[in-house]
Design a protein around this ligand. Structure first.
Ligand code: UGY
Ligand code: MN
Length: 246
C-alpha cells in the first residue's frame, strides 16, 4: 500500500514542483462541467497563473479576457474554441492565444481532454498594438537545435515580436541532453511536462521530474535540467519577455 503522507510536490520561496498526487480541484466561474487545478498563481508568489483543465463530454468554458491574456494548449483530446466569433477545432498539440478584451468559448469537448492554460496580466507597450488572436499547431512549428546542440530542440509558439510580453515554448531534450549552463535570469517560468523524465536543479536543490509534473521558477531561480530514460523529455513553458526592467 502507498503511504499517503508522501508527495514529490514542494513549494518554496522561489520555486515549486506540483505533481498530480497533490491536486485538489477548484471551481472556476464560467468554466463548467470540468475539473480545474490551479497549479501556479499569485498566491504562491508568482506573476503568472497556470491551470490544468480536464473536461467531460459537455464542458463549457466561457468568459471575456480582462487584464490578463490567456493561452490554451490541448495536451490531449479535442474541443473547439470560439474567439470573437471565429470557431476552430483544437486537437492535441493545438493552441489558441487570446489577447485582452476578447470573448471566448471552449466547447464540444471530448471526455478526458486535458487543456493547459497560462494567464499573464498584459503590459501594453507604447506605440505597439495589442496582439491579435492566434490559433496554431505545435506540429507545424520549427524545432531548431538550441544553442547549437542537436540533442535539444526549442519551438517558439508565439511570434517573437515586441507587442507580446509572454512567450510559450516547447523544449525537447533527447535522453542525456541537458541545459548547457545553469540559467540565472530575471524572467519567470511556469511549465508542465508533456513527456519523459529527468532531473531538474532549482536553486541548488535536485528533483526527479516526469510527465504530468509542473514547475514554477521565480525570477532568478537558478535552473538546469538533464533528460533521462528511454524517450525524449518534453515540456511546454511560459516566460515573460520584452518589457523594460523596472
Ligand atoms: O527560455 C529559457 O529561459 C529556458 N531555456 N529555460 C528553461 O528551460 N528552464
Ligand atoms: Mn530559463
Amino acid at each position: 500500500m502507498e503511504i499517503s503522507a508522501l508527495t514529490r510536490s514542494v513549494v518554496k520561496r522561489n520555486h515549486a514542483i506540483i505533481s498530480p498526487d497533490g491536486y485538489i480541484n477548484s471551481r472556476v466561474p464560467g468554466w463548467d462541467n470540468c475539473t480545474v487545478n490551479v497549479i501556479i498563481n499569485e498566491q504562491m508568489g508568482a506573476n503568472l497563473c497556470q491551470t490544468l483543465i480536464t473536461t467531460t463530454e459537455n464542458s463549457r468554458l466561457t468568459g471575456t479576457t480582462k487584464a490578463s491574456q490567456l493561452f490554451f494548449y490541448v495536451i490531449s483530446g479535442q474541443c473547439t474554441a470560439t474567439v470573437s466569433g471565429d470557431e476552430q477545432p483544437l486537437k492535441t498539440g493545438q493552441f489558441v492565444y487570446i489577447p485582452i478584451g476578447k470573448d471566448y468559448l471552449i466547447e464540444k469537448t471530448e471526455a478526458g481532454t486535458q487543456l493547459l492554460t497560462f494567464h499573464k496580466v498584459y503590459e501594453r507597450l507604447e506605440g505597439y498594438a495589442i496582439p491579435p488572436v492566434i490559433f496554431g499547431n505545435a506540429a507545424n512549428v520549427a524545432a531548431p537545435a538550441y544553442l547549437g546542440d542537436p540533442a535539444l530542440r526549442l519551438q517558439v509558439l508565439l511570434p517573437d515580436e515586441l507587442s507580446f510580453d509572454m512567450a510559450v515554448n516547447i523544449f525537447t531534450y533527447d535522453s542525456g541532453g541537458h541545459l548547457p549552463l545553469v540559467e540565472t535570469h530575471i524572467m519567470e517560468h511556469g511549465l508542465i511536462y508533456l513527456q519523459g523524465q529527468g532531473v531538474y536543479m532549482l536553486d541548488q536543490d535536485w528533483y526527479p521530474i516526469k510527465k504530468g509534473d509542473s514547475i514554477w521558477m521565480a525570477p532568478y531561480c537558478q535552473q538546469w535540467f538533464t533528460a533521462m530514460g528511454k524517450e525524449p523529455a518534453v515540456y511546454i513553458y511560459y516566460k515573460n519577455v520584452n518589457r523594460f526592467p523596472t
